[in-house]
Design a protein around this ligand. Structure first.
Ligand SMILES: Nc1ncnc2c1ncn2[C@@H]1O[C@H](COP(=O)(O)OP(=O)(O)O)[C@@H](O)[C@H]1O
Ligand SMILES: [Mg+2]
Length: 239
């Protein structure tokens, strides 16, 4: 079996004259979770959008198992769960069904896949609820279910639990944690360092568009004396 291996090589991106990403290099193997941490404006979302094929980098490449992935290929193999979920004003079922219908699955298969996905995110019985009228935490869980149904090789999560109630946040963390064993590459951004520690195998600290520290999550929090990362960990960097 081929193990997925993702390499991000010297990715840079400017908006107008401001550098959002400045030569970012990272690598990640299947069944691992990488957390991108950093204050607001450091470049986390931009990197995730590039990995999802929603944004073109100015320089650098994304390589999956030795093949360079162009933007349109990334769109097929990656799915980004946005920080702000966007549900159609229809039932939860319709919201989940959409991507599967496009792929041409039969109705009975679609139903069984949706049943399973709703079970995974703890939303059995929500099929007929209006997706815009359920809570923010529930909407984020529908968004996760929707992402799983697309079976992406690369699952990208932008601040998956920010502004959510604790109960939903806990469920989402568990779902992400369980997903890790299922042959995905998972990259999430968070400014919650506890979450990064709980979920991630490795943590990369992005600051002003650069990776300034990358380490296994059990060592990330030590050995940072006197650095910008130490300030960040202590909460002394301005958001
Ligand atoms: N579409 C855009 N147009 C102009 N500037 C942008 C755009 N997207 C992001 N930026 C800028 O790029 C930098 C990085 O932003 P972002 O990736 O959203 O950071 P983060 O997700 O870490 O908060 C910020 O300075 C932000 O203002
Ligand atoms: Mg962001």
């Amino acid at each position: 079996m081929i193990i997925l291996n993702l390499k991000i090589e010297k990715i840079s991106k400017k908006f107008d004259s401001a550098k959002a990403l400045d030569s970012i290099s990272l690598s990640l193997k299947e069944n691992n979770i990488l957390a991108l941490v950093g204050i607001n404006g450091s470049g986390k979302t931009t990197l995730l959008r590039i990995l999802a094929g929603l944004e073109e980098p100015d320089n650098g490449s994304i390589i999956l198992n030795n093949s360079i992935m162009e933007t349109n290929e990334l769109r097929k193999i990656s799915t980004l769960v946005f920080q702000q979920t966007s549900m159609f004003n229809r039932s939860v079922y319709s919201n989940l069904e959409f991507g599967l219908r496009i792929r041409g699955y039969e109705k009975t298969i679609i139903k069984s896949k949706i049943d399973e996905a709703l079970k995974i995110v703890g939303l059995e019985g929500f099929e007929n609820r209006n997706a815009k009228k359920i809570s923010g935490g529930e909407q984020q869980r529908v968004a996760l279910a929707r992402a799983f149904l697309l079976e992406p090789k690369i699952l990208l999560l932008d601040e998956p639990t920010s502004n959510l109630d604790i109960n939903s946040a806990k469920i989402i963390e568990k779902v992400i944690h369980d997903r890790k064993k299922m042959g995905n590459l998972i990259i999430l951004s968070t400014h919650n360092l506890h979450q990064a520690k709980r979920l991630a195998d490795e943590i990369a600290h992005i600051h002003e568009g650069k990776i300034i520290k990358r380490a296994k999550s059990d060592t990330f929090f030590s050995n940072s004396k006197g650095s910008v990362t130490e300030k960040f960990i202590k909460g002394d960097l301005q958001f």
